[in-house]
Design a binder for this molecule. Structure first.
Ligand SMILES: Cc1ncc(COP(=O)(O)O)c(C=O)c1O
Length: 406
């Protein structure tokens, strides 16, 4: 069956901004100015402003942003960096590639983010930074994290790859850390037409060092003050991102409408849990917390007694959705402490039960601003039928996205 509701539809978004992008890409091609030019500079200013800080430094991708964030704070061999095992591999990869030791704390089960109540115990004399991840677009509980970091005199690096545009107690994600890292991977809420990333910071010295590190350790061409890399952002990606940036707020609002519609339509559905907008399990008002719904992720309860056993119910639901032309995806099926690439850290099954349970249960549903109410209700109805509740979906509140054509 052809996919009726794919997990993602980048072509639908391109229809809205394609003409602008194509014209400005042509202008760049004709200008002969391809790397770190005026468009990168303007994008850096605009993204920094969105994140409530002074400086943006464009780089090649989000992973480079993470590596450079650690590098610019001189974090390396002998140092420890605390994060969670329930994130995309790049977060931990960056720490390990710098030669530092990733130290995990478990997640809080309703938010899927770092549980700050476990942080203090994980801090040692070697801890140099805490790296919270705003997973799925929901801000981590930054108030206690900032408090603990200040007390311990350690840095905060926000992995804001998935959270651009989100706010926590009125402040944008990206404004809490010494430095924050953004990914513009095409599937992100603000996605380039290829790889791209950015670091944002309020600190002039950090920004200056990042600019040096991203360009072979050089501030003046062919004069190298220190080792660096080539991680520059090009003008073509910058114009694509600049064309999309003015829509981000509206797109994030639509995602919120879609999420609410999913949640009301799925209310009471057996065998699943819908996502909550909470920090540390405590619901905050929309003024205090905005989720930008990079993913809309449900939990599918497993009937297996053994928590490490495959979740047959999730497999069944994924397959049945696919049979009805509906895409779904598991972000992420194996927590990082149990991945082969990080086996040298010595963590065993059972060490981070909430991350392990999340990996066993999560399933992300189609989520992009161009989804129509019909699409969302088609997906929700299918889930209710598959999970054994064949009643017609009557949403409790209809906060339907206004977009109707993809
Ligand atoms: C949480 C998280 N961190 C880091 C990254 C890495 O970003 P990129 O793919 O741009 O290198 C991603 C994106 O895929 C991510 O989701």
């Amino acid at each position: 069956m052809a996919q009726r509701v794919p997990i993602l539809n980048l072509r639908a978004q391109y229809k809205q901004v394609g003409e602008t992008i194509e014209q400005s890409v042509l202008d760049v091609l004709r200008s002969g100015n391809y790397i770190l030019g005026e468009h990168v500079h303007e994008l850096e200013k605009d993204v920094a402003a969105l994140c409530g800080v002074k400086h943006g430094v464009g780089v090649a991708n989000g992973t480079d942003a993470l590596i450079l964030s650690l590098w610019c704070l001189d974090i390396g061999p002998g140092d420890e960096v605390i994060t969670t095992p329930f994130t995309f591999a790049a977060t931990v990869e960056a720490i390990a590639l710098r030669g530092a030791k990733p130290v995990f704390v478990d997640i809080e089960p309703t938010s899927f983010n770092m549980d700050p109540r476990l942080l203090e115990k994980a801090i040692t004399k070697k801890t140099k930074a805490i790296m919270p991840v705003h997973l799925y677009g929901l801000p981590s509980d930054m108030e206690p994290i900032v408090k603990i970091a200040k007390k311990a005199k350690v840095r905060i690096i926000e992995d804001n790859a998935q959270g651009i545009g989100a706010t926590y107690r009125g402040m944008p994600t990206g404004s809490f850390g010494d430095v924050a890292c953004i990914s513009f991977y095409p599937t992100k809420n603000l996605g380039a037409c290829g790889d791209a990333g950015m670091l944002v910071t309020d600190d002039e010295k950090i920004a200056q060092r990042l600019r040096t590190l991203r360009a072979h350790g050089s501030q003046r061409r062919y004069f190298h003050d220190e080792l660096g890399v080539n991680s520059r952002l090009d003008e073509i990606q910058a114009v694509a991102l600049r064309a999309k940036l003015p829509f981000l707020k509206e797109w994030n609002k639509r995602r919120d409408g879609i999420a609410r519609l999913y949640s009301s339509a799925l209310q009471g559905c057996p065998g699943i849990t819908v996502p909550a907008v909470t920090a540390t399990g405590q619901a905050l008002s929309p003024q205090q917390l905005t989720h930008v719904w990079h993913q809309y992720t449900i939990r599918v309860h497993s009937n297996a007694k053994d928590r490490s056993a495959d979740n047959k119910e999730r497999e069944m639901l994924t397959k049945a959705l696919s049979d009805r032309g509906i895409g779904s995806m598991c972000y992420y099926p194996v927590p990082l402490h149990l991945q082969k690439a990080f086996s040298n850290l010595g963590y065993k099954q059972g060490k981070f039960p909430e991350s392990e349970r999340a990996a066993n249960e999560v399933l992300s549903l189609p989520m992009y601003p161009e989804l129509t109410s019909d699409d969302v209700l088609y997906v929700a109805t299918a889930i209710k039928e598959i999970m054994g509740q064949s009643s017609t979906v009557v949403p409790v509140t209809t906060v339907a996205p206004t977009f109707t054509g993809a």
